[in-house]
Design a protein around this ligand. Structure first.
Ligand code: GUN
Ligand code: ZN
Length: 448
C-alpha cells in the first residue's frame, strides 16, 4: 500500500482507529489485516497498516477508537433506493403496478409538504447510516423542494450521494405529475445548485418509461448536457405487466431498452434497476452501452417480480450493482441484500462467492457509480467512509464465527447471517455519524 511519509502525518490532527480490517479490491481478492491501524486526516485515510508498524503511540492522536477484534470495512453502497418509501416497506399483497397505485404514490405525496420532506429525508439518511450504508443512489420524489431537502440533508452529513427528482408527467395521480417543461426546469435548477457540490452528484431520474411522455424523455435527454458527469437512474423490465404496457405505449420500440436508448439514456453512468425479464437483444444493448443493472433481490421476491438472471449477466458481461430498492425491497441492509442475491443466484444455478458479494456492496458498487477513486476500499487516499461490524450482536453468528476456519468462511457467515444489528458504528468522511447506543457503549477491547 502506498503510505504517505511519516512526516506528512500529523497525529495531533488525526484520528486513529484500531480494528481488524477487510476490504475487497476485486471480486476475487480479499485483503485482511487481523491487527490493523487506520489513520484518518481531513476526512481521508492517510495510513493503513499493521498496528505493529505504527510509528506513534495511541496518545499522540487527537482521537483514538479501539474497536478490538471488530471488523472495519469500507462503508456499504446502495445503488438504488427511494428516500420517500420507508413507510411503503412491507405493504401487503400487490405486484408492481398495483403496489405503485395503492401504496407508493400516496406515500410519495406526503413529500409535497416541506416539513414532512425535511423530517423524512433526515430519517432516511440516518437509517442508511444505521445500516452501514455510507453512499447511495437515491430516487427522491417528483417534488423539487423535497429533492433540495434531500441534498441538503446529505450535505449536512457529508455523505457521497447521487440523487435526483423523479420525472413523471403521465399515468400517475395528478397530484404527483410534473410536465415535460416543469420537470426539465426543476431538474436544471437542482443540477445547477447541487451537482458536484460537496460530495453530491445529480441523476436525471425518469421514474420508468410508462410514466414519462416522449416529450419528457426528450427533455431528460436534453438535461444530460447540462453538466459533465450527470447520471441516469430509472427502472427496467421488472414485471410482465409493466413490460406489456411499455410495448403498447411505445409501439415503435424494438423492446424496453430501446425506449431508453432512443433518448440517449443508456451509457456508463446509467443505473437501471431490476432487468428481471430482459430479452437477449436487451442484454446485448445494455452490455454494448455499458449501462449498469442494479440487482434488487429483496424487492424482486417481495413484489413477486421474478429472479434476476446472474448467469446471463455473466455471459453477456453486463456490469452489475447491488441495491435495496426500499420500499419495494424489504431491508435497507446491504448485508441482507447480498444474502438474498446469493439465494436468488442459487435458484438460477449460479454460485456467488463471499468475496464477490462483499466486493459487490463496496468496491463493485463504487465502480458501478464511477466513484472508485474516492470510495469502495480502505486504500490510502480514499475517503474515510467506514463501517464497524461486530458479530457479537448475534450470539448465533458469534458461535458460527468461532467455528469457522478461514476468513472467507467468516465473511460468508457475516453476509448470510449478519444484518444491521451487527453494525456497531458508521463513519463518514472521518466523522463518526452512527454508533450503537449513540456511542455511549465504549468501543474498546475484544468483542468476541
Ligand atoms: N417502477 C416504477 N417505480 C418504481 C418504484 O418506486 N419501485 C419499484 N420497485 N419499481 C418501480
Ligand atoms: Zn426502485
Amino acid at each position: 500500500m502506498n503510505h504517505p511519509k511519516k512526516t506528512e502525518i500529523q497525529p495531533k490532527h488525526s484520528t486513529l482507529i484500531l480494528a481488524q480490517t477487510l476490504d475487497f479490491p476485486e471480486p476475487d481478492t480479499i485483503r485482511h489485516r487481523p491487527r490493523a491501524a487506520l489513520i484518518i486526516s481531513q476526512g481521508r485515510i492517510v495510513w493503513h497498516g499493521d498496528r505493529s508498524d505504527l510509528a506513534w503511540s495511541k496518545d499522540a492522536f487527537a482521537e483514538c477508537h479501539d474497536y478490538g477484534d471488530a471488523w472495519l470495512l469500507p462503508g456499504f453502497i446502495d445503488c438504488h433506493v427511494h428516500a420517500a418509501q420507508l413507510p411503503v416497506m412491507a405493504s401487503w399483497g400487490t405486484q408492481l403496478l398495483d403496489w405503485l397505485n395503492q401504496y407508493t404514490f400516496p406515500a410519495e405525496r406526503r413529500f409535497e409538504q416541506e416539513s414532512m420532506a425535511d423530517q423524512e429525508n433526515a430519517r432516511f439518511l440516518d437509517q442508511l447510516l444505521a445500516h452501514g450504508t455510507t453512499t447511495a443512489m437515491v430516487f427522491s420524489t417528483v417534488h423539487e423542494q423535497a429533492t433540495h431537502s434531500l441534498f441538503a440533508a446529505a450535505e449536512q452529513r457529508n455523505m457521497a450521494v447521487v440523487a435526483g427528482k423523479v420525472l413523471m408527467d403521465r399515468h400517475c395521480p395528478e397530484y404527483l405529475q410534473d410536465t415535460a417543461q416543469s420537470g426539465y426546469d426543476a431538474s436544471a435548477r437542482l443540477i445547477d445548485q447541487w451537482h458536484g457540490r460537496s460530495r453530491l452528484q445529480y441523476a436525471v431520474t425518469p421514474r420508468f418509461a410508462p410514466t414519462s411522455s416522449e416529450a419528457q424523455l426528450e427533455q431528460a435527454s436534453a438535461l444530460m448536457s447540462r453538466a459533465k458527469g450527470l447520471y441516469v437512474q430509472t427502472h427496467i423490465a421488472e414485471n410482465p405487466d409493466e413490460i406489456a404496457w411499455v410495448k403498447a405505449l411505445f409501439p415503435w420500440a424494438k423492446d424496453y431498452a430501446d425506449v431508453y436508448h432512443r433518448y440517449g439514456l443508456l451509457h456508463e453512468r446509467s443505473i437501471l434497476a431490476h432487468g428481471i425479464h430482459l430479452q437477449p437483444a436487451e442484454w446485448q444493448r445494455l452490455a454494448s452501452q455499458q449501462a449498469r443493472l442494479a440487482v434488487c433481490p429483496t424487492s424482486n421476491t417481495f413484489l413477486g417480480s421474478g429472479l434476476f438472471d446472474f448467469q446471463t449477466a455473466a455471459t453477456t458481461g453486463v456490469s452489475l450493482a447491488y441495491a435495496s430498492d426500499v420500499g419495494g425491497g424489504t431491508s435497507l441492509s446491504m448485508l441482507v441484500t447480498a444474502a438474498e442475491a446469493y439465494k436468488v443466484a442459487q435458484l438460477g444455478g449460479h454460485r456467488l462467492t463471499a468475496n464477490q458479494l462483499a466486493y459487490g456492496i463496496t468496491q463493485g458498487n463504487a465502480r458501478a457509480l464511477s466513484l472508485e477513486a474516492e470510495i469502495g476500499t480502505l486504500e490510502v487516499g480514499k475517503m474515510a467512509d467506514l463501517v464497524i461490524y461486530s458479530p457479537a450482536a448475534k450470539p448465533l453468528l458469534l458461535h458460527r464465527f468461532d467455528c469457522a476456519e478461514t476468513i472467507e468462511e467468516q465473511l460468508f457467515a457475516m453476509l448470510i447471517l449478519g444484518d444491521e444489528r451487527c453494525i456497531e458504528a458508521t463513519w463518514v468522511a472521518g466523522d463518526r455519524r452512527f454508533a450503537v447506543n449513540g456511542g455511549s457503549q465504549k468501543a474498546a477491547g475484544s468483542h468476541y
